[in-house]
Write a protein that binds this ligand. Sequence first.
Ligand SMILES: [Fe+2]
Ligand SMILES: [Fe+2]
Length: 281
Amino acid sequence: MELDELSRKLEKRESFPTLPGVISEIVHEIDSEKISMEDLGKIIQKDVSFAAHLVRQANSGAYVEAGRVSSVVQAVRVMGFRVLKGMCLTVPIFTRYKNLPGISELWYHSRVASLCCRIVSEKIQLGEKDEVETAGLLHDLGKVFLALEMPEFMHRQSQMADSAEGRSDWIAERKNLGIDHCFIGARYGRMFNFPGTILEPILWHHEPQKANHNKELTHVCCLGDQIASIVGAPHPDFHFVEPSLLHSLDYLGIGAELFQSILGECLHRVSAISVCDFPGS
Ligand SMILES: [Fe+2]
Ligand SMILES: [Fe+2]
């Protein structure tokens, strides 16, 4: 597919996979900002497997401090509306395409990156923990679009993932396709009205120095993404850590001791995330 054709496709909402009815309803109600957690819980329960998935997530490593969660309303309370909306936009898409090569690994990577983003934000006492956790969940969603539209390119990239010639995924995409997964993911997020605090980290998670208004959040997202690779959840199409890791550590003022403590916490809490956890699976 030519770059022009791909760009035209990205302009249209129909080019992105549609969300199931209940999930659209949840996103709509969250955007209206008028619904209570209890009423939202009732809507979520209409989709039994998604509801069960949320409760499982709320009991996973990301929310250990919240204690045992046993109901959907509790899960919504623990996660917050923003993270829930991020789950609504990612879970159905990853689930629908879980049989495409690399997608289940990418789903694991996204959940681990999201958790690592949260842990970094906790450790440096960042205010916007929900935003950066949501960005972590969505940051590579553009790759699902590429796996659908450019399967041969993605297959080639995955084959070179841990070879010496392998280059960073986003650089290879720009060179070969003229566009990268960061741009596609940010476009998808913009379609669903995410604020700049989430969109900028998605758009610049590989080049955090380019962020305009949300540099700190973007560096945290970059760090969470790289730490995910370090703790054993790399991209299916690129297995290495990039130099941006050092820049982000430097920008955020994270020294060796604090970084060690972050890595220890990430390793500990990531072990509570199962490798393949799609709703209904
Ligand atoms: Fe990425
Ligand atoms: Fe990533």
